[in-house]
Design a protein. Structure first.
Length: 415
């Protein structure tokens, strides 16, 4: 998370995202050498910022015709400011002071810059996840179900495109925000999704990513208070994160919704989420994709148990979501809701139709749901095979363990 702040601050100074990333990496490399030798500075972030600025100055010095810009960057950077343990160079330097909720947050500016229309939608999301979210290329590739080299190429091309177009590092004026808002919302949603259900690794959740997405969503909703989908996204994130305290056990093991202790849910987050959803509804424009998902999350959060959940309403909300933002994942989630409202038979028809259409090929999600439905229908051998297939495809160790446990609970194959 701190790397995004450093890259954002350096991008603001240099006006060049690729250069900002390069000098931030050079500063870190210098830290790995000097800190063990000279000691860790009192303010490591300030040290990295000051060192990164010096590297930027060196880079501009090497470029012909940059004397004026070089002088601007060098101004107010006191001698000794990058030395281990050194004090700040007099006064309250704006580069070293950081209000995490200020409206012109460098991270938010970094997101808007990465979401410039000059880039394709896929490039915007990939670049922002890499630079702001801190995800690796491998994690982004898994999230989008594409090869890692594809993501790496997108990110490289995106940086070059931003530099060639001389895109300014800033939160754009109000008139320009609407053009980029959809991409910004999508980026925050994907970062949160990766944080709430990690695509790979040994942890079921990456709460650092999820919390950062929530923080940026709060800043964004204040920046564009007239946009109901910004409030809707914030509502969705708050209402979903409210269940975080009960989603893992003492050893980090995954706890599914039916087994969660709802007394551990964050009631303050539920209140914040419902208030944000109410603001979106009050706008009178109807709910969009994030608002409909928030309304679904609200139904889960207000229910006393899985059995007491208004599954019929959730089915209707998923049907509306499927019309507004159709996707195989929405249909799969609708099937789960249908199974709770009307039984596994009708739900299996939806899932089988998705499978016949080749939807979600290679993903663990479809065989996971299909295995659950087959199990409830008493088709045990088929259910076991589906759950085993889902476990093989699942990249997250904790979720894989849940799937393997469900398959094992069905016993040995008959015959």
């Amino acid at each position: 998370m701190e790397s995004a702040r450093i890259v954002g601050a350096l991008a603001r100074y240099t006006g060049d995202l690729a250069l900002a990333e390069d000098v931030a990496s050079e500063a870190l490399a210098e830290a790995l050498v000097s800190w063990p030798r000279d000691g860790v500075p009192r303010d490591p972030t300030a040290w990295l910022l000051a060192t990164g600025r010096r590297r930027a100055i060196d880079a501009f010095r090497r470029r012909a015709g940059r004397d004026v810009r070089y002088a601007a960057f060098a101004r107010d950077l006191g001698e000794g400011g990058a030395h281990a343990g050194a004090a700040h160079s007099g006064g309250d330097h704006p580069d070293l002071l950081w209000d995490p909720d200020r409206i012109d947050d460098d991270k938010l500016a970094l997101i808007f810059t990465a979401c410039h229309p000059v880039l394709s939608k896929e490039a915007r999301v990939a670049l922002t996840l890499r630079v702001v979210g801190g995800l690796t290329s491998e994690e982004i590739a898994r999230a989008f179900l594409v090869p890692t080299p594809t993501i790496q190429a997108r990110i490289t091309r995106a940086k070059k495109a931003l530099g060639a177009a001389r895109v300014p590092f800033e939160v754009p004026p109000a008139a320009e925000r609407a053009v980029r808002l959809g991409s910004v919302l999508n980026v925050l949603y994907v970062i949160f999704t990766e944080g709430s259900s990690a695509s790979a690794g040994g942890d079921w959740m990456r709460t650092d990513l999820a919390r950062e997405a929530i923080r940026l969503a709060r800043v964004l909703s204040r920046l564009v208070p007239q946009e109901p989908e910004a409030a809707s996204l914030l509502a969705l994130l708050e209402l979903t994160a409210a269940r975080f305290p009960a989603r893992t056990g003492p050893d980090g093991e995954a706890i599914l919704l039916a087994d969660q202790d709802r007394r551990r849910w964050d009631t303050a987050a539920i209140r914040r989420g419902r208030a944000a959803l109410a603001r979106a509804v009050a706008a009178g424009r109807g709910l969009g994709p994030y608002g409909l998902q928030a309304a679904i999350a609200e139904q889960h959060d207000v229910a006393a148990s899985v059995e007491d959940t208004d599954w019929a309403r959730i089915v209707r909300l998923y049907e509306a979501l499927g019309r507004v933002a159709p996707s195989p994942v929405v249909d799969l989630n609708r099937a789960v809701a249908v199974s709770m409202a009307s039984g596994p038979g009708p739900a299996l028809e939806i899932v089988d139709a998705l499978a016949a259409a080749g939807a979600l090929a290679g993903s663990y999600l479809l065989p996971s749901v299909r295995g659950e439905l087959l199990s409830r229908l008493g088709r045990v051998d088929e259910a076991r095979r589906e759950l085993e297939l889902a476990a093989q495809r699942c990249g997250n160790e904790r979720e894989r363990a849940v799937l393997e446990s469900k398959a094992a609970a069905l016993g040995e194959p008959s015959g």
